[in-house]
Write a protein that binds this ligand. Structure first.
Ligand SMILES: Cc1cc2nc3c(=O)[nH]c(=O)nc-3n(C[C@H](O)[C@H](O)[C@H](O)COP(=O)(O)OP(=O)(O)OC[C@H]3O[C@@H](n4cnc5c(N)ncnc54)[C@H](O)[C@@H]3O)c2cc1C
Length: 340
């Protein structure tokens, strides 16, 4: 059994996939997240009786390894196929999509697979890691590269020591924590651009009279809209999510919430012809990666520190899961970290 201690910062799908695989290989893993719940950008917001997935909308599956994971999630009842009608929508003109795509969603909300993975892991929530402290190796210590301790906004210096730290968080946030510790990982972070997304979540008293459940919107400030209440296991209240394009979001990133809200509500009315009865907006500052890559993860073997996440592959649930899983497999193959 491998008793190496690994800290994973970020309980999104990449961090959880990495943790689950490492635990299987006998590592002692602790996951930390600043939020109230797990799932990161696979999240759902509840507003009294209605709610909506306001990050990832659905996911698709290409790789066999992720397909095996999907089967486990389906068997556990936390994922189902979403068979809603998805179209292309351009100023009132609806065009069916040519390609048949199998889409899946978490049930009852998008965060369900993350919650399922977290059940068997040691996850500490409401723990915002603000600094990583490296202790040089003690004379005669088994660990030749020293150990790590974490500082959290809520709890100060955490008592546990770790042999390796994984940053499973978006690149700009990872860069802050990497600080002076690793030029290699800082350079990796500098190479990627993450784009924002302004999102509108809307509740409507009366069902929208549109002939689809999800649409790739063309030539508009929104690039995607979906009837969230059409997804399996959701509350019956008519709720919609509309996501602004990366270009529009970037152009309007400095707007206040109130200013953005006005424009998003106007945009929704223009598209659908109706006013939202209740609504919420959210800015995802690091929504998605600009240019996909095949990197998967980067490991600084000297510092015993690594990065994974969608931004090292592509901004999909599958891409994030594959990245975390690949890093865990690499660390497991290397065996005991103090022999690196
Ligand atoms: C608006 C939007 C729409 C999307 N639509 C789709 C889609 O339809 N299909 C699809 O497949 N994908 C979609 N995606 C992409 C998908 O959600 C992401 O690629 C994936 O969820 C990223 O997972 P991750 O683990 O890499 O990162 P994240 O999910 O971002 O997880 C990182 C975690 O780290 C935590 N964290 C950050 N900093 C710290 C810190 N200092 N201390 C502690 N914790 C910290 C965060 O709270 C978060 O939980 C969408 C994303 C967005 C934002």
């Amino acid at each position: 059994m491998n008793q190496q201690r690994i800290a994973i910062i970020g309980a999104g799908i990449s961090g959880l996939a990495c943790a689950a695989e490492l635990v299987k290989s006998g590592f002692e893993v602790s996951v930390f997240d600043k939020s109230r719940g797990v799932g990161g950008r696979m999240s759902h917001r509840y507003f009294q009786e209605w709610g909506a997935d306001h990050g990832a909308q659905y996911f698709t599956v290409k790789d066999e390894r992720f397909s095996d994971e999907l089967k486990k999630w389906q068997a556990a009842g936390v994922v189902e196929a979403w068979n809603g009608k998805i179209v292309s929508f351009d100023h009132g003109n609806v065009t069916d999509l040519k390609k048949e795509t199998h889409r899946y969603v978490g049930v009852p909300t998008m965060s369900a697979p993350a919650k399922y993975l977290a059940e068997s892991l040691n996850v500490s929530l409401l723990n915002t890691i603000t600094e990583l402290k490296h202790q040089k190796p003690q004379r005669g210590s088994k660990n030749k590269n020293g150990t790590w301790q974490l500082v959290s906004k809520e709890h100060g210096l955490l008592p546990q020591e770790f042999d390796h730290v994984v940053l499973a968080i978006p690149s700009p946030q990872a860069k802050v924590l990497i600080g002076e510790h690793s030029d290699q990982l800082t350079e990796t972070c500098d190479q990627v651009v993450m784009l924002p997304c302004w999102t509108l979540m809307a509740y409507l008293k009366n069902p929208l009279n549109l002939l689809f459940d999800g649409a790739f919107v063309e030539n508009h400030l929104f690039s995607w809209m979906a009837r969230d209440s059409n997804k399996p296991g959701r509350s019956p209240y008519e709720s919609w999510v509309a996501q602004a394009s990366s270009a529009w979001s970037l152009e309007h990133i400095d707007l206040s919430q109130t200013e953005a809200e006005m424009l998003l509500l106007e945009g929704f009315k223009e598209l659908t012809g109706v006013e939202c009865d209740l609504y919420q907006t959210h800015l995802w500052r690091y929504s998605r990666l600009e240019t996909p890559s095949e990197t998967n993860f980067v490991l600084d073997t000297y510092m015993n520190m690594s990065v994974c996440g969608d931004w090292l592959r592509n901004s999909t649930v599958e891409g994030a899961w594959m990245s975390g899983h690949a890093l865990a497999q690499r660390l497991s193959l290397m065996g005991s970290i103090d022999t690196l």
